[in-house]
Design a protein around this ligand. Structure first.
Ligand SMILES: [Fe+2]
Length: 355
């Protein structure tokens, strides 16, 4: 006798809205995922690898389809699983909504059944969502995944809204058996490469990260051979992901924030420090910093070469404003720091490991 079927009700990954902002994203705003969202979907897929799903089904909206595509290339769209149409609010930030509709916004804060102007009523959304999932259930066998949306699932299950890529596992009568709010597979170098791909990191940046990771690992091993107990997996994974947001302004902060949101705070903290560690003590963060200061593109260099290379960029006109903000002083301070850390590591290792 086979055990009861399980149904994974998954909220899609982060849509293309600014991270750390709240937006009203319903079915009118048919947004794609952003880089963070694609990484979330990648982690979800890794976590569900062992789930033995017979099929992956999703709403027709892009963010659900793109999330489902990470779980299976053969995902199937089903009508009815879409998010509610949020009417005039759909696709706007809650900052703007609060400004333009202060009364309804305040009412809705108290009572989520208050609908925005022109929005789909909660009861009709619940009805068509149930029709949709009953239909999928009827047409399928075994354990399946349904990628849907936070609002309709909250209304249907009467639970708190799931975070992006959070999921409920239910029995075949849609009773919740368990809830997972953050997929969290063990981070490995292989998974880091998959995250690079999911984030669509440019090939030269990937090559840079891979080269730097190899050197950071070498330094970490050498330091451990001299009595340290550095976490080599943490060093390698942080190096592979350190430029994950390379094209963003303040890329170290954005990249660090991505990893914290994904649930990997230690890696996030090291990424945040890769331009300038908080302390000069030997740590995973200083190892990554010094490896970065010994890498240009995908080849090794000396600290001096690295700083000459970055200095020449500041001569470009587009850095004029940053010069006024003191970027050259920051550059000089980091160079001094890199020289001190380099000498410390070379002394410990008894050789010129870092140039
Ligand atoms: Fe780097």
């Amino acid at each position: 006798m086979s055990s009861q079927r399980k149904i994974y009700f998954i909220r899609h990954a982060h849509p293309d809205i600014p991270i750390d902002e709240r937006w009203c994203v319903g079915s009118r705003a048919d947004l794609s995922l952003n880089a963070l969202g694609r990484m979330q979907a990648c982690l979800l897929a890794k976590e569900l690898e062992s789930a033995d799903l017979t099929g992956v089904y999703c709403s027709r909206l892009k963010r659900a389809r793109e999330t489902a595509s990470f779980l299976s290339p053969d995902y199937v769209c089903f009508g009815g699983l879409e998010e509610k149409d949020m009417g005039d609010w759909d696709g706007l930030s809650f900052e703007q909504i609060k400004n333009d509709w202060p009364e309804i916004y305040a009412l809705r804060e108290e009572d989520m059944s208050v609908t925005p102007p022109g929005a789909e009523p909660v009861e009709s959304a619940k009805y068509r969502f149930r029709q949709g999932i009953e239909f999928v259930k009827l047409l399928t066998k075994g354990d399946i995944a349904l990628v849907s949306h936070g609002g309709v699932m909250r209304d249907f299950f009467g639970n708190e809204k799931l975070p992006y890529t959070g999921y409920f596992i239910t029995d075949e009568n849609f009773n919740i058996i368990s809830e997972n709010r953050l997929p969290h597979p063990d981070m490995t170098p292989q998974l880091c490469l998959e995250l690079q791909e999911a984030a669509e990191l440019l090939p030269n940046i990937r090559a840079h990260c891979i080269s730097e990771a190899a050197f950071a690992l070498e330094i970490g091993k050498e330091l451990n051979a001299h009595g340290f107990e550095l976490d080599l997996n943490l060093i390698e994974c942080s190096a592979l992901l350190h430029d994950i947001a390379r094209l963003s302004r303040q890329h170290e902060k954005v990249g660090g924030r991505y990893l914290s949101i994904l649930g990997y705070d230690e890696i996030g903290s090291i990424i945040r420090q890769h331009d300038e560690p908080e302390s000069e003590e030997i740590s995973e963060a200083t190892v990554l910093f010094i490896a970065d200061m010994n890498t240009i593109e995908d080849h090794r260099c000396s600290v001096d070469e690295r700083f000459e290379y970055s200095y020449t960029r500041y001569l470009l006109p587009r850095y004029e404003q940053m010069k006024e903000l003191g970027i050259l002083e920051v550059h000089a301070r980091r160079r001094e720091m890199a020289i001190r850390i380099k000498e410390k590591i070379n002394n410990i290792c008894g050789k010129e490991l870092v140039k």
